[in-house]
Design a protein. Sequence first.
Lengths: 180, 356
Amino acid sequence: MFFIPGQVIAFLTFPGVIVHEAAHLFFCKLFKLKVFNVCFFRFGNPAGFVIHENSENFTAQFFVSMGPFVVNTVLCVVFCTAAFLPVWELKVNDPLAYFFYWLGLSIGMHAFPSTTDLSHLWKAAPALAKKGNLLAIVSLPLSGVLVVLNYGRVIWADLGYGIAVGVLGPLAIFRAFARM
Amino acid sequence: MSQVACCECSQSISSGEAYELNGKVYCAPCARTAAERAKAAGQPISVTRYVDKSLCARCSTYIGEGGEVAVGNARLCVACSELVKDWPYPQWLKLSLAGFLLLLVFALIHGRKYFQAGKDLYRGEQLIEKGEYQQALPYLKATMKLAPNSDKGALLTAKAALLSGDVLTAAHVLEGHNNGRFENSDKPDFQEVKRLWDNANAAMDKLQIAAKLEEQDGKEVEAAKLAHEAAAIYPRFPHLDILLDQYDEGVAFAKKDYDTFLALAEKDWNLLPASGSAAMISSALACEYAVTGNATYRQRSEEMLAKAKELAKGDKESLDRLAEFEKRNTYRLETRQIITKSEYDRKFPNPKNSGN
């Protein structure tokens, strides 16, 4: 395992940071939450942020926290799907395909919500889950796993997630389409 | 930044450095002492940063008693208040999003050809799994056109080609792939293709030797043995059964077993009605005529030769071969003497002579 400063990683994968924060902002606006400050990218820690008011509405909390996770994951799959076959299966030296793969992986690497976002969900979810709130039920194991993965960033869990999504997602899509 | 006075030490401090505890304003040291005191007295402790309600919490503009409550005690000026309510997407982000969507569409369009090649590869693989090697080949060949460096594609194409007897395609694919190099030669897929390839080559070597032996008188049995060994190693050459029959016909001819010669020739004719197999029947019938003197054999031999010529129409090489064969066959029919091609060539030297 080797260490690369987070700022360098963020710089190399900046599209993912921007997409993550843009998705945060989008869901904040969707749920009409007040936004106090936004930084889409900077050389610092964190590389980007959206400071917004906390909501009492769990649905809003869920989507604001998990929105970037879903958006980044989906975009990672889409871009990697366009590049998966030439890069992995066909071994074609197509620079565009490698560019799309870099873009997809960069976006996938920044899918994890921040620990702060997850802790809000983690606190609010149990009571609502007991009342049968579906989002709360889903968010409990999901945020648990994501908290662990967030800590796993020191051992490249974020890159691992990006690669897993960028390989398995396109593979599943391809297999499904190829059977048609 | 405005100034406030600490309620404990009365020192004037900047509002940014002040703290609030139970509704009172403290400097940092006094806030700590007050918090400890409250804790000892069992009172609730909630130390927060002092918020100067006369200043906008975002831009620090003086708003006095005006402004709007944004969150908690924080007040914002009208402009900031509008901003936080509906934070606008920056122009560059909108443009980037448009560019991003275009890029996404382009990525998918650009990837379409790879998708088709991948789909062909997948179909080819499925057909190989079903044992439909010949049907798999066109799909795999199409993939290899776009991706000649794909290990998987090359191995699957070579496998389908070798298992359908198309050694030439297998050679073309394997030798054209990274100069014959593969990333992981320990993989079972590679080992399987290598085994097939080695067998095909060993079989071809044996068949080449067999072909040379067949041209020599008295080597028919050895040639047929080698041909059968080749077939045992690699039984997938096209029309191998006919080829083996032809070697066996040579053996039957050498052993003067003309009934077997005729039976094998007729079997091949039924399998592949072509100029060559018709000529072979004609030859076998001529032998039967030479031995028995039965005119029916002679008539049938001539009929089959005519059929052979009919089938060879337009094929100069076959017609030349038939012309040479016709002379030998006519000699056999006229003299009722059965001699080998070598014997005939020695008797009637002609550099163009070839065939059985």
